[in-house]
Design a protein around this ligand. Structure first.
Ligand code: ADP
Length: 544
């Protein structure tokens, strides 16, 4: 016996029947647009019919280059409902990367925001875009584009809002997303219907993001970045109201949407919420409906969690990656920690959290042995489960990122006695000094604890004797550099062994960033000038 396959379509058809009047709201260039789930399902149907008339079939790739808005939300269901993969292109990637991934994905149609036409044109190359038959423009007039273009209204007009969708199986295509390439060239992850279905069900649960029909969900995390953490699917599945903040929302836009729409749950990277906090210092706002802010993609600073706690809003910390669709862990408090003091609870909330039900995990050392769960021993995190990919799109399955069904996450973690995973570095960034690991992120955080430091990035630079030694790049407005170096070194020494103190501090105007705003450590290492053969103050324990 088998049940009916796990596919995305029933999430929307159920919501349209049970919550026909619940709203989907979007901030657009033309003001706020709102319509009901009943209309949402019709608009999805019309877009799917139009795509099918344009020749889109099972297994095809339809791309989007769009902000978070109604048209993008429609594509989220219209494309997978045909068994095609929705390839969400990150318009902030360098043009070269966009060119490469369009060629590799062989996208047939691209839905593009009028305001992002420039990014598409810049990436255009006749060979790379050979598969692209049409661009469909949303959010404005059809601009000059190097590929045949049509406006969304003209594209969908006259098409059936209630098509007979094909019968799909769990292995049919649903999505395609490329990593942002923080540690190398972007790699594609193709999601099946079953992967996105299982991810949706997991994040709906209390162990995930606990989303229900009581919620009004506003994904600030871009829909071009790992399916906006799966929120558009989960919110629909739950029958929650949805709010999309549109092109480049600033803190004032976000606060206005929270107030006007009664948002209960929102999500985005920590920098977004630090911006909102700054804004709130000078502006009155009514955040009384807001219960939870999901943060992930980077570790939230402690002050972010404290400041929102003071305002009665819970910051929910999650971990994930493109390869895990993306949510893999969420830092909810275990019952045994509920009655602990605030600082103890905060320590656990700052960790990347408890692996979600349905996934398995291991943290292993260089020899592949599991490290003890003592909160100190570092190992690379391996995960597997129904929504974790086992290969990259278009590449050999024997890629070193996979060990059978296990994904090597490239994240270096500790696991504490309660099972909370804490990410201490990326495997590509961890510094191997004399055979011992130094967590570059821990050293950065220690240095950034000095109020005079605006930003600090720490990278491993080749060293004759020790293999690698840490070098810190520091951004500061302060003039007293020597005393700043002494204080930073002291902070590192207080928390970690002496030999974790960087050999050199370089003062720079700014730290280079990748397309998703992470420190570009590959660039920093490549740009390092000189050599590090001087001896270090305190020597690492091993011989390199
Ligand atoms: P890329 O690998 O190109 O950066 P992703 O967007 O898939 O692309 O990033 C996933 C990575 O982001 C994770 O492997 C991890 O290093 C980092 N990350 C995700 N969530 C967190 C978090 N809560 N804290 C710290 N780092 C995180």
């Amino acid at each position: 016996m088998t049940g009916h396959p796990q596919t995305l379509r029933p999430f929307l058809s159920r919501a349209a029947r049970l919550y026909p009047d619940r709203e989907l709201v979007a901030r657009t260039a033309d003001g706020v647009v709102r319509y009901t789930y009943a209309k949402y399902a019709n608009r999805v149907g019309r877009l799917a019919s139009a795509l099918r008339a344009a020749g889109i079939d099972r297994g095809d790739h339809v791309a989007t280059m769009c902000w978070n808005h109604d048209h993008h939300a429609e594509a989220y269901y219209a494309v997978p409902n045909l068994g095609a993969a929705l390839h969400t292109i990150n318009p902030l990637l360098p043009a070269d990367d966009v060119r490469t991934i369009v060629a590799e994905a062989a996208d047939r149609i691209i839905l593009v925001d009028a305001s992002l036409a420039g990014a598409l044109t810049e990436a255009y190359d006749p060979d790379a875009f050979e598969s692209v038959e049409l661009t469909v423009v949303v959010g404005g007039e059809v601009p000059d584009l190097p590929v045949d273009a049509v406006g969304i209204d003209a594209f969908v007009t006259g098409h059936d809002p209630a098509p007979d969708y094909p019968d799909l199986g769990g292995d049919d295509a649903a999505g395609l997303c490329y990593t942002s390439g923080t540690t190398g060239a972007p790699k594609g992850v193709r999601y099946t219907q079953r992967m996105l279905w299982s991810h949706t069900m997991a994040i709906l649960t209390p162990a995930g993001l606990d989303i229900s029909h009581h919620d009004t969900v506003m994904p600030v995390v871009p829909m071009f970045h790992i399916n906006a953490w799966g929120l558009p699917y989960a919110a629909t599945a739950a029958g929650a109201a949805q709010v999309y903040p549109g092109p480049s929302p600033d803190p004032a836009d976000l606060v206005t949407l929270i107030e006007d729409e009664g948002v209960t749950l929102t999500a985005g990277v920590p920098t977004v919420w630090l911006g909102v906090l700054d804004y709130l210092e000078d502006h009155d706002a009514d955040l009384s409906t807001l219960e939870r802010i999901v943060v992930g993609g980077a570790a939230p600073p402690e002050r972010l969690i404290r400041a929102f706690d003071d305002r009665g809003v819970e910051v929910v910390h999650g971990w994930g990656m493109t390869e895990t669709a993306p949510v893999g862990a969420v830092s909810h408090l275990k019952p045994e920690l509920r009655d602990a003091g605030y600082e103890t609870r905060l320590d656990s909330r700052l960790k990347q959290g408890l692996i979600l039900p349905g996934l398995e995990f291991r943290a292993v050392d260089d020899d592949g042995s599991e490290v003890p769960h003592d909160g100190e021993s570092m190992g690379e995190l391996l995960v597997r489960g129904p929504w974790v990919t086992t290969s990259y799109y278009g590449r050999n399955d024997d890629d070193e990122a996979f060990e059978g069904s296990w994904l090597r996450t490239g994240d270096v973690v500790t696991v504490d006695g309660n099972g909370y995973v804490e990410l201490v570095d990326r495997a590509a960034d961890v510094i191997n000094s004399g055979g011992e690991w130094i967590s570059s992120q821990s050293v950065e955080n220690a240095i950034m604890g000095d109020g005079r430091v605006r930003e600090a990035a720490v990278v491993g630079i080749p060293h004759d004797r020790w293999g690698e030694r840490p070098v810190a790049y520091v951004v500061t407005d302060a003039d007293e550099r020597e005393s700043l170096i002494d204080a930073a070194a002291e902070r590192v020494r207080e928390a970690y062994p002496d030999w974790w103190v960087p050999d050199r501090f370089e003062f720079v105007e700014s730290i280079p960033k990748t397309a998703t705003g992470k420190f570009d450590k590959v660039g920093l290492r490549a740009g390092f000038e000189g050599s590090l053969d001087g001896s270090v103050d305190a020597e690492p324990p091993g011989e390199g």
